[in-house]
Design a protein around this ligand. Structure first.
Ligand code: ADQ
Length: 737
């Protein structure tokens, strides 16, 4: 039975070792909850690091760790302290984390970190492959494992792989500064589906893919030679019922059951009933805007002294990544700020900030959420921010005001909160005042809407939606019309080829025999390719025709020494084996003078584009233009041209990063069917990558072996993934001559 394999840096387990005794308890984090419906007995395994380094686990307990992990359907990946330093504290948290959160000044480019990141990602991938069986669905989580999808794909090409990025994806302008940007993008593109919290992150990712790797991006799909990768946004929710229930239980609990913290909080509320508590909870991380928050609070008290003794900031910061220097510096900064502000404003009966630097048990978290009437969350960047959602979910009487930074992914879904820019202290101060005075009815109205949304889009629904979309990519792949040429199919084709008495092969050039290059004139065939074509065409019963959109001079000069038939400009010219060119179509070219200035205008406005003038057609190339601008302009130009050329017997062909205007009577389909007239070929083969080759696939007889290069919608019967595969196929023909 197929299963789901979940992979994250950490396992959803807490391990502790005391007196040589191992204690493992399942953790109750958001991700673990969200995935529990997929992580049931037998249906799924979770692979990750158990939280203790190899050195920390005594030799005699290593098997025990794995055994206990297996009881929870988990598999432990053991990491040494060096690996944790290089991979986790190094590349993950000193390179990717700051860069993806726009802290470029904190981003380190260290080769050793990168090396360790690759090695550890490979370790995770190997562990996955160890457990992978055909039909399994793999879901990789977060920025520590960006290279894992490609590493799995290399060994298991048919695997269904999803990836979810829990942190922001930065804009192209920021991401491009990463020295290993190509490798990182290629790594994550090993997937079938990539999920982000918001559309903005998705947009940034697609923009980087199209600008850096120059892959074709259509809406939210990236077309690769062997696959289509879908990119989408899935805003992560919380375990709503758990937080709601915890809050309801909290209110039911008697005074004897109350926590010490709650008793203290109540005591203060009783002593100063008109004073309000402002809550903030985060990991102590520079992205969370903790220092900004304290400064904004100081600004608020400076400007509005009437609130002194009326408000209190209850600030919980959970220790995090203290091995990284910036986190240690932040800790000092926050300690100092809290000290300074408390020193500046405190009165005998009041302190403006209560600061807790520790992790708290779940029930204390609920005490804080339910007691504080205002939550102030001011991240400078935050992928989502679940604390904001948890706060709203625990407000079961619907009172309470959430002030939330617009830089948190959660702000996109939580419009009813007071949304602020954390860098604008004036705005934060105003929001605090608004929150302080907001009538209960308005608070309830806002929270009612927020709660409705959060309840519906819970973490479970989030996980289900992602998995549904991931499985959908598999169905899509299966319903793909053309069949991939596997080694068995290739054998079958070769059998037919050997049996046939008279064979013809139509072979496109750019994107089929050679890869695309930035300058079309650089796509000259290499010696091996020339030799391959020459040999293929040397057999009496095999007729090879290179059929291209290229102009006759370029094509003719590249193949001048090779006795092979050429069709250029989609069928306008034909070169016989003896090297003589003939005009095969009676096409006119007077229309060019009217059309050329229109295209020139687009060249002027779109840097990197140019006109290629062929004998009977004009082509506008935009491969070197900014990809997004190129697509926009191509669309515009296509519309303008279609209007201009109507009734002139011309057509606009939309090729791969090229628009071509030519006579409607000329296309590759017409050119190759002409070659079949009066001949009795019993083996017909055509291969090409682009739109213009579809004419061949459509017009050739059904018995022809038509092959598309790359995965795109096609009328061809078969497909191969890229130019190297084309060569392999042609070499097989050669070997079977
Ligand atoms: P984080 O940066 O860790 O997560 P966040 O989304 O706020 O940030 O999640 C924190 C979680 O820790 C919450 O579920 C909260 O309840 C819990 N927590 C906080 N303080 C605690 C304490 N003292 N004791 C116990 N638990 C505590 C990353 C990204 C976020 C993204 C999440 C999920 O940085 O942007 O929202 O992943 O994708």
């Amino acid at each position: 039975m197929s299963k789901t394999i979940i992979i994250s840096n950490r396992l959803p387990l807490q391990i502790s070792i005391e007196n040589n005794h191992l204690d493992v308890t399942p953790s109750v984090g958001g991700l673990a909850t969200g995935l529990k419906s997929f992580h049931k007995d037998g249906d799924s395994i979770w692979i990750g690091w158990p939280g203790l380094t190899e050195e920390e686990i005594p030799e005699n307990l290593k098997d025990e760790v794995q055994k206990k992990a297996r009881e929870e359907n988990c598999v432990a990946v053991h990491l040494t302290s060096d690996e944790i330093d290089g991979f986790y504290y190094g590349f993950s948290n000193r390179t990717i984390w700051p860069l993806f959160h726009y802290f470029m000044e904190y981003t380190e480019s260290d080769d050793q970190f990168w090396k360790s990141y690759q090695e550890v990602n490979q370790k995770y991938a190997d562990e996955i492959l160890e457990h992978y069986e055909d039909g399994d669905v793999i879901w990789v989580h977060d920025y520590q494992l960006l290279l894992v999808p490609k590493m799995i794909r290399e060994k298991a090409p048919e695997a269904v792989i999803g990836f979810f990025n829990h942190i922001p994806f930065p804009s192209y302008e920021v991401f491009r500064t990463l020295p290993w940007r190509e490798k990182v993008l290629e790594g994550v593109l090993g997937t079938d589906l990539i999920g982000f919290h918001t559309y903005d992150y998705e947009r940034h990712f697609l923009s980087s893919v199209s600008r850096i790797l120059r892959h074709q991006v259509d809406f939210n799909e990236v077309t690769l030679p062997d696959r289509i990768v879908k990119v989408d946004s899935f805003p992560m929710g919380i375990d709503y019922k758990k937080f709601e229930q915890a809050a309801l239980d909290h209110f039911k609990s008697t005074s004897e059951n109350q926590s010490e913290l709650q008793r203290r909080l109540d005591h203060h509320l009783e002593a100063t009933p008109e004073a309000k508590m402002i809550l903030s909870i985060d990991r102590l991380d520079y992205t969370k805007g903790i220092a900004h928050r304290i400064r904004a609070y100081e600004y608020f008290l400076d400007k509005n002294p009437e609130y002194i003794e009326k408000v209190r900031l209850v600030m919980l910061a959970v220790p995090s990544r203290s091995n990284v220097p910036q986190y240690r510096r932040l800790k000092r900064e926050v300690d100092e700020l809290v000290g300074r502000i408390n020193g500046k404003f405190s009165t005998v009966s009041w302190t403006p900030i209560w600061y807790f630097y520790r992790s708290m048990p779940f029930e204390n978290l609920i005490d804080l959420y339910t007691t504080c009437e205002i939550a102030l969350l001011t991240p400078i960047r935050d992928g989502m921010n679940l604390v904001a959602k948890e706060y709203v979910a625990t407000r079961t009487d619907r009172t309470g005001v959430l002030i939330l930074s617009e830089m948190a992914g959660a702000a996109h879904e939580m419009n009813e909160a007071l949304i602020i820019n954390p860098n604008n202290f004036e705005q934060v101060a105003e929001a605090l005042k608004t929150a302080f005075h907001m009538p209960k009815e308005e608070q309830m109205e806002r929270n009612k809407m927020l709660q409705k949304r959060l309840r519906r889009y819970s973490v479970e629904k989030w996980a289900q939606d992602f998995m549904k979309a991931l499985r959908g990519t598999k169905e899509n792949r299966d319903s793909f019309k053309a069949t991939r040429i596997t080694s068995e199919i290739s054998e079958e084709i070769m059998e037919q080829f050997k049996k046939a008495k008279k064979k013809i092969l139509f072979i496109d050039y750019d994107g089929t025999l050679v890869n695309f290059v930035n300058k079309p004139e650089d796509a000259e065939p290499d010696a091996d390719l020339k030799e391959l074509i020459r040999t293929l065409n040397s057999s009496e019963d095999t007729h090879v025709i290179l059929i291209s959109g290229r102009d006759k001079n370029t094509l003719g000069s590249w193949w001048r020494d090779i006795p092979v038939e050429l069709i250029s400009e989609h069928g306008v010219w034909m070169r016989q084996i003896d090297g003589e060119w003939e005009l095969s179509e009676n096409v006119k070219s007077e229309w060019m003078d009217a059309v050329r200035p229109v295209i020139e205008n687009f060249v002027d406005r779109t840097p990197g584009t140019f006109i290629e003038e062929k004998n009977y057609s004009l082509a506008w190339h935009y491969r070197k233009a900014d990809p997004q601008l190129g697509e926009i302009r191509a669309n515009e130009l296509s519309n303008v041209l279609k209007e201009l050329i109507s009734n002139r017997g011309l057509s606009v062909l939309e090729g791969n990063k090229v628009l071509e205007i030519k006579s409607s009577d000329v296309n590759k389909g017409k050119a190759c069917t002409k070659k079949l007239v009066g001949e009795n070929y019993d083996f017909i083969f055509a291969i090409g990558d682009d739109w213009t080759d579809e004419y061949m696939f459509q017009e050739l007889p059904e018995t022809a072996y038509t092959v598309k290069v790359g995965i795109r919608k096609t009328s061809a019967r078969y497909y191969v993934e890229g130019t190297p595969k084309v060569r392999t196929l042609l070499e097989k023909f050669r070997d079977n001559l």
